[in-house]
Design a protein around this ligand. Structure first.
Ligand code: KE4
Length: 433
């Protein structure tokens, strides 16, 4: 475990400096650059189970799990073994392969809303496609999303979430034309009245509502009681679709995702991360009558060279098999409850105002009194203190998501000893924060 001295990151610094001359910001996804927490990003060398080793030989207990996929632990031996066997038969076919049937069948049997599914290669692709499908099926153009919810980087989702009730989307990234977001309406998460107002202002014009049924991209924000049920009613009444973006929550909050956990069944669902077991996979699925709109069964076009490739299918199949083992979600719940309960207690014992919680293997903590109901609340938390906390934990050998506006993830590989070590590190860091 890392000593309490400041981290030796010479090699990380060298590699990251070179990376910045080769790739924008030195990364292939912005959050990895540690911009929001500051300090030297850690360059990974290898991962295994609950652990990371960086290129300077430092070891960390990992609570990011490559943003969710590593729910069974990194490089699980049975996943690696299955991949090794699959490799012998090639890496990509670009043609039907039985493994696609196997994973599709597992997803359909697991997720209440899914009667038919299409595999793609990322969560962004899944959300892009599901948006097109919502519009194709209803013949309507407007879509509702929530402030702080992230559905990948497709133009129509990169909307500056307006304040107040309803905002016609204003793009918040250069390169996104107003035309791409002009049909995207936003509302605060957990605000049913705001959604009702949107529908009152746009009767029978909204194709659907898309949301993270538990937000992980504004920090960890669960739905208030009745919120999901309310959205189900409002959309049903108006003839709009309800879409759960379960790229992060799918197979994490329960084997059937948030929709199983909260017993609210949407019309369509997007998936990613866990169903690829660490390889690139996304998926969208739902009611058969809607999914049969998708080409070549129907007219809505969507395609992908590597969609359903045998390696990603293999890793996904093995991962879901491992998750089907008895006691999986009890273990995740107990382990994560102990973790977040201990972190909150350590913070409060050291005079910090915090709130947070977990659902199964997904957790979060804000330096705020809370409760945090939405993105506006989250933005009021002490971001500076979070940055110092993140850096301190890193020095103690604990790898947390490098942004307050992310969630934390545990895995089946985390042990009691790992949780104890994490809590000891937190007590040290929070005492000096
Ligand atoms: P990808 O395109 O990154 O596979 O998935 C996009 C996406 C869609 N929907 C939800 C709910 C998501 O959480 C994501 C991606 N999540 C982020 C983590 N907050 C990925 C990490 C990153 O951007 O590097």
């Amino acid at each position: 475990m890392v000593s309490t001295q400041s981290l030796k990151t010479t090699r990380s610094e060298e590699i990251f400096a070179a990376a910045q001359t080769l790739m924008p910001g030195g990364v292939n996804s912005p959050v990895r650059a540690f911009k929001s927490v500051g300090g030297q990003p850690i360059v990974f060398d290898r991962v295994k189970g609950a652990y990371i080793w960086d290129v300077d030989g430092n070891q960390y207990i990992d609570y990011v799990g490559t943003w969710g996929p590593a729910i069974c632990g990194h490089a699980h031996p049975e996943v690696i073994q299955a991949l090794a066997a699959a490799l012998e038969k090639g890496t990509s076919f670009g043609a039907p392969c039985e493994l696609e049937n196997v994973l599709a069948d597992m997803v359909i049997n697991a997720v209440p809303s899914i009667e038919m599914v299409r595999f793609v290669n990322s969560g962004t692709e899944a959300c892009m496609a599901v948006l097109r499908l919502m519009r194709a099926f209803t013949g309507r153009d407007k879509v509702v999303k929530f402030e702080g919810c992230y559905h990948g980087h497709a133009d129509m989702f990169l909307v500056k979430a307006g304040s107040g009730v309803a905002t016609l989307g204003l793009p918040d990234s250069p390169g996104v034309p107003k035309s791409a977001t002009s049909q995207t309406l936003t509302a605060p998460f957990n605000d049913l009245e705001a959604v009702k107002a949107l529908f009152a202002e746009n009767p029978q014009e909204i194709a659907g509502v898309i949301l993270e049924p538990t937000v992980g991209n504004a920090g960890f924000i669960p739905p208030d009681p009745g919120f999901l049920e309310g959205l189900r009613e409002i959309t049903q009444e108006d003839g709009a679709l309800l879409v759960f973006d379960e790229v992060m929550t799918g197979f994490r909050l329960a084997y059937g995702g948030a929709q199983e956990k909260f017993k609210v069944t949407p019309d369509l669902t997007t998936l990613g991360k866990i169903i690829g077991g660490g390889l690139p996979v996304g998926a969208y699925g739902g009611r058969r009558d809607i999914m049969e709109t998708v080409a070549p069964a129907g007219p809505m076009y969507q395609a992908g060279t590597l969609s359903g490739n045998p390696l990603a299918m293999t890793a996904g199949i093995k991962t879901l098999e491992l998750l089907q083992r008895p006691g999986t979600y009890d273990q995740l719940e107990k382990m994560t409850q102990k973790l977040i309960g201990g972190l909150l207690e350590a913070a409060r014992e050291n005079g910090h105002t915090v709130c947070g919680g977990n659902i199964s293997g997904m957790f979060g903590m804000f330096f705020a009194a809370g409760p945090v109901h939405n993105y506006e609340d989250a933005k009021k938390s002490d971001l500076n203190k979070f940055s110092r906390y993140h850096r301190g934990m890193l020095e103690q050998g604990v790898y947390l998501a490098p942004s307050q506006f992310e969630a934390g993830f545990t895995s089946l590989a985390h042990t009691e000893a790992d949780i104890e070590k994490t809590l000891a590190a937190a007590r040290t860091v929070l005492a000096d924060l």
